[in-house]
Design a protein around this ligand. Structure first.
Ligand code: ATP
Length: 231
């Protein structure tokens, strides 16, 4: 079964605000998905429901065919937008923390990629530039051995050079048995990395499709399709 994550008629309301409105979309193994949309379109809410941080108002989420539960949560590695890393920790303390927290954490892989991208284990979080914090967060999320990776705005607050390193890290973590979902409003920068795009608009699914098929069908880049959808 290629389908790894299935979302059916998902609605999420916060008090009187409908953040997700009857969204149905599925995600397949071996692809990198771009969850796109301007601020407030529902990207973070969708990720938080999938990871179980928020409960949906109605609809269902199935992971490998199984409804959300504490068991399915273990198949998802989620990187929030916020910087959740303790300032007083050194990078090596965070790696140790992840190792203790997650039995699926691949310490050797984390150590290797952190070295490759120039994040020293002896650095203290408070001393890291925002580019290094961005790289560290993505590297930690990708070092878990799970089926689904969800990265919320991995390029936020990160300079252009660090953005390229992060995108390369994401592409290198590509694996035919896994799915990577990243949210972003930096469409032109993530376009080359994506196999499939999912556009949300005011909480509704506006468009979901293979990136190359969409480019061919419409004769436009994903960036220009985005501009058309959100103009
Ligand atoms: N905890 C909450 N309580 C009330 N409203 C919320 C809450 N979280 C999100 N919302 C609202 O739900 C809508 C969708 O927000 P969400 O953060 O999911 O969008 P987003 O696409 O991730 O935007 P951004 O890029 O700004 O993070 C917004 O109108 C937001 O104000």
């Amino acid at each position: 079964m290629n389908q790894i994550l299935e979302i059916n008629n998902l609605t999420k309301r916060y008090y009187n605000k409908t953040a997700l409105d009857d969204v149905s979309v599925s995600f397949q193994k071996g692809k990198i998905y771009g969850l796109m949309g301007p601020n407030g379109s529902g990207k973070t809410t969708l990720m938080k429901v999938i990871i179980g941080l928020h409960k949906q108002t109605s609809g269902s989420v199935l992971i490998n065919g199984v409804p959300l539960s504490y068991k399915t949560k273990a198949s998802v590695s989620y990187m929030p937008t916020e910087n959740y890393l303790y300032d007083s920790f050194k990078v090596k303390d965070i790696v140790k923390f992840y190792q203790d927290m997650y039995t699926d954490f691949r310490t050797d892989y984390a150590t290797k990629i952190l070295s490759d991208i120039g994040v020293d284990l002896e650095f203290r979080v408070s001393k890291l530039s925002s580019g290094l914090v961005g790289k560290l967060k993505v590297a930690l999320a990708l070092s878990r051995d799970v089926d689904i990776y969800m990265l919320d705005e991995p390029l936020n607050g990160v300079d252009v050079l660090a953005r390229d390193v992060i995108l390369e890290l994401i592409v290198n973590s590509y694996n035919e048995n896994k799915v990577i979902i990243l949210s972003s409003h930096l469409v032109s920068e993530v376009e080359k990395t994506l196999d499939h795009v999912v556009f949300l608009k005011n909480g509704k699914l506006e468009l979901s499709g293979d990136a190359e098929d969409l480019r061919l069908q419409r004769g436009l880049s994903i960036e220009n399709i985005y501009k058309e959808v959100y103009k």
